[in-house]
Design a protein around this ligand. Structure first.
Ligand SMILES: Cc1ncc(C[n+]2csc(CCOP(=O)(O)OP(=O)(O)O)c2C)c(N)n1
Ligand SMILES: [Mg+2]
Length: 410
């Protein structure tokens, strides 16, 4: 009490800094299969504890257990494994291409592949994602051509966005992938607004909002929750908690709320936490939330508990702010290895087939890369024409732009 009356400013600190021993002893991991699966029309007040647990299906022995298991066939699981492996290989090749100067920028998904790949499979055609830069699995799992993604990354002559967007900020209406905005959290208000419009026009399509743990500190996140809860918008409110927001640990944006899922409770929105490295759990929870939205039961907030194993982006070096071995210590493991082990346990897969699939996937990704590079890279080959810069923005081009286009001689 010596300093009674003297205020002290509180800044949350991560458990460990570079040079320290990784410590996740504060992350409580419930047993796989232990969290119940309520009916979709459950009274949200009766499941508030789900915002503090973690829904898991795959146990350490590679078995799928509990009430959230059993939704996917072996074929669907094998496709999921292939999609995650493809995303991982795509990431590795594009990260390398960035280092080779073929693009200015890249962002990887390492460790988070299950979130976007499994989620995509819970949606129906016509549903719309409002993704961040770390959900390319939504496109890969929906069969969007890798060559087109690479063309965008290289800003080459075949880039569908004509070099206007930062690399990796894809856009595809047909694949339910709303144009990515670099301004964090804008995706939330856009998704909720789109979902409200869908309900107002008595459509059947639902929306999915995406945000990272750090970005939940933006006001857009909170405003979106007001509208989503008041109007029971048909939207899935996804929070990908990968523990880091560049160099800032998740405790800063979370503050004293315990979990990011718990943010939904004050709005009366059902909030679930799920093991983001468990393909089966992610898919089952996404399906539950999608069914609620489609049945006019309103929004669901889902927190995916995962870990960003790679750097934030090609411009980041995590060794400056976290121990090097921290990702190996992450208690929920690796999503690709966990699904692989599950399929081997079931007798639907083997180490040999996995090695063979890795080689095949690498070959496919390299072939796509060769094709994309034939259309140009950042500093070589074909580019979008200067004329493209003036088109597709205004229905009628304003006089000053018409003048500039004439000056440019295009
Ligand atoms: C409004 C806004 N503020 C800051 C930035 C810069 N910025 C880009 S990514 C990022 C960290 C986001 O972390 P998180 O939301 O946890 O997502 P993650 O990258 O971990 O997937 C920041 C601060 C931005 N793009 N937009
Ligand atoms: Mg994050």
């Amino acid at each position: 009490m010596a300093d009674a009356g003297m205020l002290r400013f509180h800044v949350p600190e991560p458990e460990v800094r570079p040079g320290g021993t990784p410590d996740f002893s504060n992350v409580t991991i419930p047993k796989a299969g232990s969290v119940p699966r309520p009916e979709i029309d459950v009274d949200p007040r009766t499941i508030r504890d789900m915002a503090f647990s973690i829904i898991r299906v795959l146990n350490r022995a590679g078995e799928a257990v509990g009430p959230w298991a059993g939704l996917l066939s072996d074929e669907e699981l094998l496709e999921g494994l292939r999609n995650m492996m493809t995303l991982r290989t795509f990431d590795a090749r594009m990260q390398m291409a960035q280092r080779q100067g073929k693009t200015s920028f890249y962002m990887q998904h390492l460790g988070e592949e299950a979130v976007s790949c499994a989620f995509r499979k819970a949606l129906a055609p016509g549903d719309m994602n409002f993704p961040t830069y770390r959900q390319a699995g939504l496109l890969i799992a929906d069969g969007y051509p890798m060559v087109t993604m690479m063309n965008q990354i290289y800003s080459n002559e075949a880039d569908p966005l004509k070099g206007r967007q930062l690399p990796i900020m894809y856009s595809s209406k047909e694949h339910g992938f709303f144009s990515i905005s670099g301004n964090l959290a804008t995706q939330y208000i856009q998704a909720v607004g789109w979902a409200m419009a869908s309900a107002i026009s008595n459509d059947s399509r639902i929306a999915a909002a995406w945000i990272g743990d750090g970005s939940t500190a933006e006001s857009d996140f909170h405003s979106a929750l007001v509208f989503a809860s008041t109007y029971k918008a048909p939207v899935i409110l996804n929070v990908v908690n990968n523990q880091w927001a560049i160099s800032t640990f998740q405790g800063i944006a979370r503050g004293g709320s315990g979990t990011f899922a718990a943010r939904g409770l004050g709005f009366g929105i059902p909030a679930l936490r799920v093991d983001g490295n468990d393909y089966l759990a992610v898919h089952a929870v996404a399906k539950w939330a999608a069914e609620r939205a489609r049945a006019n039961l309103g929004p669901t907030l889902v927190e995916y508990v995962t870990y960003r194993a790679g750097a934030h982006s090609s411009s980041d070096d995590p060794s400056a702010y976290r121990p090097k071995a921290e990702s190996d210590a992450w208690p929920l493991g690796d999503p690709v290895i966990r699904l692989k082990n599950h399929l081997i346990h079931k007798g639907a897969w083997s180490e040999e087939r996995h090695t063979q699939a890795e080689a095949e996937i690498l070959e496919t990704v390299i072939a796509a890369q060769k094709e994309a590079e034939s259309h140009g890279t950042l500093h070589a080959g074909g580019k979008p024409s200067t004329r493209d810069m003036f088109e597709g923005v205004y229905a009628e081009m304003p006089p000053h732009l018409r003048r500039q286009r004439q000056q440019a001689g295009v």
